[in-house]
Structure formats: C-alpha cells, structure tokens
Ligand binder design. Structure first.
Ligand SMILES: Cc1ncc(COP(=O)(O)O)c(C=O)c1O
Length: 507
C-alpha cells in the first residue's frame, strides 16, 4: 500500500473530507462498485473549514451514510432527507473524479497531469465535431431557441431528427415515430426517469455481469432498485443464446429469497466488454422477458461505435432490439409494451458534454405519459438540440461521420490490442465501444481483488487512470477497462506509464 499520494487527489476545498480507510478484511470477496473501489483508496484529506462539517470522523469503510446519529457525526446542519442521504454515498467518488478531471494530462499545459484511460470518451472525431457543431450553432440557432420551445418533453425538431435517424440506422420492425421518443440530458438521466416509472423501490433488475458501473449510480441512487449481476463468461459463450440459462437460475434464486424481479437490462454493444450481441441471443432475451413478464430495457448507447476486428471476423454486426420482430422470428407471442430502448449522443457522436439521451418506447403509451409528468426535469438545452438536429438531418455528413469514426475506433483498438499483446497481456475480443478489456492480472500473476486495487492505485499515483474490472462487478479479478479513443499522443503517454509502473517489457 503506497503511503504517499498525489496532492492532486485531495478533496476539493469545501466538500466534506473523504475518510482515510485501509482495505478492510471484510472487503474481500464482497461485490464492488466503482464507488467502493475509490472508497477504499488511501487518500489524504484536505482540511475542511466549513462550520457545518465537524472535525473528520474516525476511519470507517464508508458506503452508507446510515442513521441520523451517524449523519450527525459528519454533518451538523438541519436534517436532510433519508431518501437522499441513506443510499450509497457517492461523495468520495465524486470528489476523486473532480480531482481527476481537474488534473488531466495535457502535453502542453499539464504534462504532469493524470492521463485518463478510464472514462469512455471519444476524442477521435474532435476536429470534425468542433467544426460541425460550431457551424450548426452559428447557422441554425434561432430566437425561438431562447424560449421553452414547442414541447415540454424535448422538442419536435430533435424528435423528428431522431426518428429519421433510428429509422435509417436501427432498421426498426415498426417505424419509429417522433411521439415514441422522449429525450433527456444524457442517457443517465433518461435511465433514472425510466426506471423511476417502470419499477418500485426494492424491486430488482437482472443484467449480465460485468456491467457498466454507472447503472449503480443511475438506477440505485434515486430509484432505489436492486441490480443483480448475472455472471456470464466474457468470451463467445457469454454472448451466445445459452447465456440466458444463467438468467433462469438467477431469477429462481431471487424468487426463493422473496426478491421481486421486474426488468432485465441488456447493454448492446456491451460495456465494459465492447462487444455486440448476435440476433439469436437478443431473441432469447425477449423470450425470457415474455415468459417471466419482465420489462426489457436495451441500452444501445454504443450502437454506431462498432468496428471491424480482423482477429475475429465472426463477430455480429450491431442489431437493435427495435429491429426484432419477435413474434414472427420466434413464433411465440411477445408483448411489445415491455420493450424500451435507450440511445444517446454521448458515445456515437463523441459529445459526452452536450448531454443528449433518448428513450424509444413504441408500444407503451402509459409509460410515456407517466414520464411526461417529470420529463421537464431533463429537458434538453436548445444549443444541444440545435447541434444534434443539424447533425442528424445532414445525411451525407452523418454517413461520413459514422464511417470515419468506426474506422478510427478500429485502428485505435488494433493499436492498443497489439501493444498489450506484445507485452504478454491478454486482451478480450471486442468490436464496439471505446475500450479494451485487458487481463493485467494474468500477466502480473495475481487473481485477487485486493491486488487489483493496489495496481489501480499504483497506476493512479503514477499518473494514469484505468478502470478496475471488479468495479464492473466482474467476478474474476485482474481485468481492467482501458479506453483507447483518446488522441494517439495521450494513448502512447498513458500506455508508456503503464509499461514503466508495472514493468511490462516487450516479450
Ligand atoms: C452503457 C452506458 N449507458 C449509459 C451511459 C450514460 O451516458 P450519458 O449519460 O453520457 O448519455 C453510459 C456512459 O458511459 C454507458 O456506457
């Protein structure tokens, strides 16, 4: 365990100090979230001078703020709601991310900063985005964009543009109409509102693990639902139709414990594994949900970020759940009211900061109506609306953008894969997304979660951030998610740091 830490990882002034904790014995073998991975790090706290925060409490493994008595140990102001303070405590994670984001590496302005290869951001189309987005604002932003616009749950402009886009690129079995879509400020917000409407507190969702760690924040934070990872193998088997057998078992386990399961999430292409699901598997997801009367939410945020992987040409093209005609293809009934697809602009259009997400639910008017009650809370800002409407309506630019982005993602994956393979590190087969799934544990000879976190900490202290696999609920420690869709310079500097810090020589 390193004793000295980077000053840059201290808490921003004014926030309650993070608590200094050693890895507790009890942490071994317990399920992880990104919150808990950060939570167990040893970090020095900046002194905190706000009168509402008493001196730093004694060290404790912090994931729940807990009882009112416990809250009073860390906060002396008027009572806050149990709803907001009684769930997972994301404070440490938010603080550390703020520190990380503030101190990002830049070869010119911050050469000693942290190279972030842990966040799914795509900088490969930066030049094209800046040029197009700037022009769109200059030419298409109108005086009406200063008002609330023409709809309280998005705008007619973006819904028309999105429906045209989904009809062309997602090949839906039934045409997507503008009124099937609700937009929001990113998929995180859309998922939060969707699950608020689909489920009650304490009900559960099944999803293949490892899974995108942000679901823990998006769905548990306010909706208070339970996410149950269904461990599936990370190779071909985990993406095949038989992987649904593990869901049968998980559902039976839940029933025996009195847990009510209401929904299944399929993330296609998968995050963190960066792979598409074959059509047959998606059909089995639909069958499973129909048989067990569950909602089926398909998160397709990486739909257009699919590239060729010459090492495994058999990988499936992207298939949207919208394109399945389940009744016809399986020959069994399927209630389409249970299917909800989420997509957004962050990943496929390299603009995490613009915050555009969309829900497409084609056969559930009651759901859309219920969501309309609160959709104003996540209404798009008009500049983001203008930019993406212009992009989606410019068919020639759009096609060229998607094709070029795919080609650059493929090149960056191939480069990263070779880099790790040359140093004896196994890299899982991927064909989508912004990241590679790499097995450093296999190369460095460890298989436990504690060492996985120590390696993560060593790299962070040395100035490079990659995301540890247990944070994604992966059951086999040693794997990390490495983002490759950054500039080649940053990628090489980050990989160079990994090489030096872990002594990974070319074999
Ligand atoms: C699978 C998945 N869903 C949803 C999100 C949230 O995206 P945003 O809120 O930026 O639209 C992400 C972001 O990483 C993701 O990977």
């Amino acid at each position: 365990m390193p004793s000295a830490v980077r000053l840059s990882l201290q808490a921003p002034c004014g926030l309650p100090s993070p608590i200094k904790v050693d890895f507790p014995e009890s942490a071994k073998g317990t399920p992880e979230t990104l919150i808990s991975c950060f939570d167990h790090l040893v970090l020095c706290a900046a002194p905190c001078h706000d009168a509402h925060f008493p001196p730093q409490p004694a060290p404790r493994p912090s994931s729940k703020i807990g009882s009112r008595a416990e809250q009073r140990r860390i906060y002396l102001g008027p009572k806050l709601s149990d709803r907001a303070t009684g769930g997972p405590d994301a404070g440490p994670l938010i603080e550390r991310f703020s520190c990380l984001f503030k101190d990002q590496y830049n070869c010119k302005y911050n050469p000693k900063g942290i190279v972030s290869l842990g966040v799914a951001e795509n900088f490969l189309m930066e030049k094209e985005c800046l040029e197009f987005f700037g022009n769109a604002l200059r030419h298409s932003f109108m005086s009406s964009d200063l008002s609330y616009g023409d709809s309280l749950w998005g705008s007619r402009r973006i819904n028309h543009a999105l429906s045209g886009f989904y009809n062309e690129w997602f090949h839906p079995a039934d045409p997507v109409l503008p009124e099937h879509i609700i937009t929001g400020v990113g998929c995180s917000a859309v998922l939060d509102q969707l699950f608020y409407t689909l489920m009650d507190e304490g009900e559960a969702i099944l999803l293949a693990g490892p899974y995108y760690t942000g679901f823990d924040r998006d769905l548990v934070g306010r909706d208070r639902v339970i996410l149950i990872p269904v461990p599936v193998p990370i190779g071909d088997e985990g993406f095949g139709p038989d992987s649904l057998k593990a869901f049968d078992k998980a559902l039976a386990d839940c029933k025996s414990k009195g847990i009510i399961v209401r929904a299944v999430i399929v993330c296609n292409p998968q995050n963190p594994l960066g792979r598409t699901y074959p059509r047959e598997t998606l059909l089995q997801y639909a069958r499973f949900c129909e048989q067990n009367d569950l909602h089926l939410v398909s998160d397709e945020i990486y739909a257009m970020s699919v590239y060729d992987n010459p090492h495994d040409p058999s990988m499936s093209p992207f298939t949207s759940m919208l394109s399945l005609d389940v009744e016809k293809e399986l020959g069994t009934p399927f209630d389409k009211a249970r299917l909800h697809v989420v997509h957004g602009m962050s990943k496929d259009f390299c603009a995490n900061g613009l915050r555009v997400g969309a829900l497409i639910s084609q056969h559930n008017a009651l759901l859309l109506r219920a969501m309309a009650n609160t959709s104003m809370l996540m209404k798009l800002s008009s500049p983001a609306d203008v930019i993406f409407s212009a992009l989606l309506n410019d068919k020639a630019f759009l096609k060229n953008f998607i094709t070029t982005n795919r080609q650059r993602l493929g090149e960056a994956y191939a480069f990263t894969r070779k880099w790790f393979n040359d140093r004896g590190v196994e890299v899982a087969h991927s064909n989508a997304g912004h990241f590679a799934w790499v097995n450093l544990g296999g190369r460095l000879g460890f298989t436990d979660a504690i060492t996985e976190k120590k390696v993560f900490q060593t790299l962070l202290d040395g100035g490079v951030y990659i995301a540890p696999g247990t944070a994604y609920h992966h059951t086999v420690p040693g794997w990390y998610r490495v983002t490759f869709s950054v500039s080649r310079d940053n990628l090489e500097v980050g990989l160079g740091k990994i090489e030096t810090l872990l002594d990974l020589k070319v074999l």
